[in-house]
Design a protein around this ligand. Structure first.
Ligand SMILES: [Zn+2]
Length: 230
């Protein structure tokens, strides 16, 4: 800056917004023309997504990118550590539960996918305590996964605790999904299926939760990988 003047907060915000708007301009120039008809039909006919994904806010784990979903194919709700709270129809503000109600009861999705991931900061906060400046909400939010912390501390070596807790959190979310009566009813009726998935950021590998509780990597061609011999 000229004369050593510091950039003030407003200028920083403007620079960042400019980066976002540059992205929007690229979308309008290269993405929009090819997808215009799709967007127009989604606007006139409405959306009929088949799946709802509960993902984490982490910028590296975008469900639309990972599942290569086109607009209109997938509902997404993202929160810290892809947690589903238990069914609690009270006066509190339940963002994730509202998204589930909309997706399952109004739009009738047939798949609910919980997408967890490696290096999850929310799970790290669960294991090590929330950062000092994130205790108003992150700490209490993660406390719903306390049983994952307990299991990770009890069952895993320190180097494996983070991943074990991330995968336990996915199981907690799946169990909490079944506390919603209309989800449990749809699952029992065979019109709704629940899935647990875990994404490795560094390798791009997606692992699928199996009936035995293990997570098995899926190969790019969709064939389930073989678990390594023990
Ligand atoms: Zn995360």
């Amino acid at each position: 800056m000229r004369g050593g003047r510091k950039v003030d907060a407003g200028q920083v915000a403007a620079l960042k917004m400019e980066k976002l708007l540059a992205g929007y301009r690229r979308f309008r120039a290269s993405g929009w023309p090819g997808q215009r008809r799709l967007f127009e039909s989604l606007a006139s006919d409405g959306q009929r997504p088949q799946a709802l994904v509960v993902g984490c806010v982490d910028s590296r784990v975008d469900p639309g990118v990972i599942f290569d979903a086109a607009p209109g194919q997938m509902l997404t709700v993202r929160n810290v550590a892809n947690l589903v709270p238990p069914y609690a129809p009270d006066v509190a503000y339940h963002g994730t539960s509202a998204a589930l109600e909309f997706g399952v009861r109004v739009l009738g999705v047939s798949h609910l996918v919980v997408l967890g991931h490696g290096l999850c900061g929310g799970v790290r906060a669960l294991l090590e305590g929330a950062p000092e400046n994130a205790r108003d909400f992150v700490g209490p939010w993660m406390s719903m996964a306390e049983s994952a912390r307990v299991r990770a501390m009890r069952c895993a070596a320190q180097s494996e605790r983070q991943q074990l807790a991330e995968q336990e959190v996915i199981k907690i979310s799946l169990a909490n999904l079944m506390t919603f009566p209309w989800i449990a009813e749809s699952v029992a009726a065979g019109t709704l299926a629940l899935h647990g998935t875990w994404f490795c950021i560094g390798t791009g590998t997606l692992a699928i939760l199996q009936p035995d509780g293990s997570f098995v990597p899926t190969l790019p061609d969709g064939e389930p990988d073989r678990a390594p011999p023990r």
